[in-house]
Design a protein around this ligand. Structure first.
Ligand SMILES: [Zn+2]
Length: 424
């Protein structure tokens, strides 16, 4: 992490502001701009923890911030400790500690052993730039809180980033939801991560899910496989800009029509391939349609790639999907508040009826795609291969990238679908 101080701006500043706000400090707006209010909040934090109150977030301040950032502390058990006394010291509930440390016998704590103490605050922030680093930290934090959680990587991006997956539930009915095939549409990543956190909380507490579903019944009935960020390199370009150390630095600027600003138009992966036009489902038609959109090669959007499934990200998604027996998939995009359900009339009849139910639950319109958007997408390929229900869900309204301020409304619209789709 770079040193942060007044005058700086960026995704990391935004993350810092969101954290300080969660901890009760007044940072003003969480806007990614390190102004005097953020500086005052840092100074107050530093005073509280006995650090030099200089308002600069350097290595020493980071060291103290880090446990809060990842959402848990590591604590070494001392003589006389109980879960209750440790919980009191941290201001958390003893159950929270018990869930995070299933191997510890609460009546016989082992002195000198290290345990995880999760903070009670929400881990997944839904008011910041949701970068790959934030995603990786959230997955680590969820895993620390809920050690039974299965997580992993289904492959790597062009630049070697993990394509993370999370499995929610242990049941035989497998479904899969993915987000951020398209870089500008990264708001879909925190959508699936917020759902993940809420479901885990409901499952461990026993509180009903929205719609009256019992989380423990659903957990045993279905396995929801979440791939929260299919295109991490693209999301990084949009949110953090082009790094001079990127091996495609010169190419990317050329593919972006000479511009170093990737924040407004970049949907593709790091090789300028639009991942949702790269699947082997009428790929030739997708390729043929490029000309009418003025696409001649790698670029921000709509380039289908040199051949079908040419990219490591789509290869990983295909292999992952083939390894499972998904009954249904939902691919998350923005925007339009619409659900696409068909592909060249290959969807099964229940694809429409389930789609109608999803539409009713969310208020989103059920529709079929037209033009270039009709080919070579993930849901197209899934429907073609399995003849099972597959959906592209376009969340929110406006111009991409949607502002994160739309998050709460998007979450309200989609939470019902995310649960229901695992029950059909
Ligand atoms: Zn999209």
């Amino acid at each position: 992490m770079r040193t942060l101080r007044v005058g700086m701006s960026g995704s990391d500043v935004m993350e810092l502001q969101a954290l300080l706000q969660k901890l009760g400090y007044d940072v003003g707006a969480v806007d990614g701009v390190f102004g005097p209010r953020t500086e005052n909040a840092v100074i107050a934090f530093q005073r509280r923890f006995g650090l030099t109150p200089d308002g600069i977030v350097g290595p020493n301040t980071y060291r103290v911030l880090e446990p809060f950032l990842r959402g848990y502390d590591l604590y070494v058990i001392r003589p006389g400790d109980t879960f209750g006394s440790i919980a009191q010291r941290y201001g958390v509930r003893p159950e929270t500690i018990a869930i995070a440390n299933p191997d510890q016998d609460p009546n016989r704590l082992m002195i000198g052993q290290r345990i995880v103490v999760p903070y009670e605050m929400n881990l997944v922030d839904t008011n910041i730039n949701y970068t790959y680093e934030v995603l990786a930290r959230d997955i680590d934090g969820l895993k620390a809180r809920y050690p039974f959680l299965e997580t992993g990587s289904i492959g790597n991006s062009v630049l070697g980033r993990n394509l993370f997956y999370i499995r929610l539930g242990t049941g035989p009915n497998e479904v899969s939801y993915n987000a951020a095939h398209h870089a500008l549409e990264w708001i879909t990543s925190p959508l699936l991560m917020k759902f993940t956190e809420e479901y885990l909380r409901a499952y461990t507490s026993g509180q009903m899910l929205p719609g009256g579903y019992d989380p423990r019944v659903l957990w045993n009935q279905s396995s929801i496989y979440i791939v929260p960020m299919v295109n991490p390199d693209g999301v990084d370009l949009v949110l953090n800009g082009l790094s001079p150390s990127n091996p495609y630095y010169t190419d990317l600027i050329q593919w972006n029509k000479g511009s170093t600003d990737f924040s407004r138009d970049w949907e593709a992966n790091n090789r300028g391939v639009d991942l949702n036009h790269n699947y082997d489902a009428a790929w030739d038609l997708s390729k043929a349609a490029e000309a009418e959109y003025g696409v001649t090669g790698p670029g921000p959007t709509r380039y289908s790639g040199p051949y079908p499934v040419s990219e490591p990200e789509t290869q990983a998604m295909v292999a992952f999907t083939n390894r499972h027996n998904f009954r249904l998939v939902m691919a998350y995009h923005s925007q339009g508040e619409v659900i696409y359900w068909n592909f060249m009339n290959m969807a099964p009849p229940e694809g429409r009826t389930i789609g109608e139910q999803l539409s009713q639950i969310s208020g989103y319109r059920l529709d079929e795609t037209t033009g270039i958007a009709s080919f070579a997408g993930y849901k197209d390929w899934f429907i073609q291969q399995t003849r099972r229900p597959g959906y592209t869900i376009e969340v929110g309204r406006g111009v991409n990238p949607l502002p994160i301020s739309q998050f709460d409304e998007i979450y309200r619209d989609n939470i019902g679908m995310l649960i229901f789709a695992a029950t059909v």
